[in-house]
Write a new protein. Structure first.
Length: 161
């Protein structure tokens, strides 16, 4: 369930958060990199540069909570990257589809025997855009991003207590 071996070339390796921030701040918004997590053994995280939604004109680097092998058993790294429309260029400047499209899961076929197959998609709440097409709106799974602080996951299964 780990990424295919050839995809490991896309992971920069042992780059810490500060190094990732320094590398990304000189790049256009939407540039991202993959690195091994400092905090989760064997984890892979995505860092990207984007505008601060609370301060227009200010840019910052965001870091997703690290993915583990369990996460990749549910949805592949390539598909997770595909889901996140705000990720545009793999550091330093390669279009993400150029690097990852060969690893994307093919689109689902239409309904069979009256059943429609559900699809899991990843979203980052701060970077979700509204889509008027209800068929295009993913079921919400929080795997949140945080520039500094991690929030406990809220998987939207039960109402808050």
């Amino acid at each position: 369930f780990l990424p295919p071996f050839s995809m490991y070339r896309a992971i920069l390796g042992f780059v810490n958060k500060q190094q990732a921030q320094d590398m990304l701040m000189s790049k256009p918004n939407g540039t991202f990199l993959l690195r091994f997590s400092d905090s989760e053994i064997g984890g892979i995280t995505i860092a990207w540069v984007a505008e601060n939604p609370n301060k227009p004109g200010e840019r910052m680097v965001w870091n997703l909570m690290p993915y583990t092998a369990k996460d990749f058993s549910i949805r592949s790294l390539a598909d997770r990257i595909s889901d996140l429309n705000h990720l545009l260029f793999l550091y330093p400047d390669r279009p993400k589809d150029e690097v990852f499209s060969k690893y994307y899961t093919p689109p689902l076929s239409k309904a069979v025997d009256g059943y429609v197959k559900p699809q899991i998609k990843q979203v980052v709440p701060e970077f979700t855009t509204t889509n008027p097409d209800p068929a295009a709106n993913p079921t919400y799974m929080d795997h949140g991003a945080s520039p500094v602080v991690s929030h406990p996951p809220n998987y939207g299964i039960y109402p808050p207590m």
